[in-house]
Write a new protein. Structure first.
Length: 104
């Protein structure tokens, strides 16, 4: 069933609110580095959890709790994630080496 659309009442914008919206907060280089590091750590932890999931699925398959197709799907997902992580690492190393070759 289609739900009726309800609109909120429009509030007039003040000049200070418009200036705050127009000027986004600039992050410091330390904050950017930290957030990038956290992003990488979360990605690596995600790949690690997928690999652990494959090991658990293999164990469950051996005792007959899961189907072979589930094991294959989980294995393929973990393999693709690991390949992606490896390619990202390679690109990061190439970028670092390129930066180190630059003359200042």
């Amino acid at each position: 069933m289609i739900q009726p659309l309800q609109l909120n009442q429009v509030q007039p914008a003040s000049a200070s609110r418009l200036l705050e919206a127009a000027q986004p907060k600039q992050a410091t280089p330390a904050e950017l580095t930290q957030s990038f590091g956290q992003y990488l750590q979360q990605a690596i932890n995600g790949v690690d959890s997928q690999i652990k999931n494959v090991h658990n699925m293999n164990d469950k398959f051996l005792i007959g709790e899961v189907d072979v197709s589930q094991v294959l799907v989980a294995s393929e997902q973990a393999q693709l994630s690991l390949q992606l992580t490896s390619q990202i690492r390679n690109k990061m190393i190439e970028a670092y080496q390129e930066i180190m070759r630059m003359q200042v």
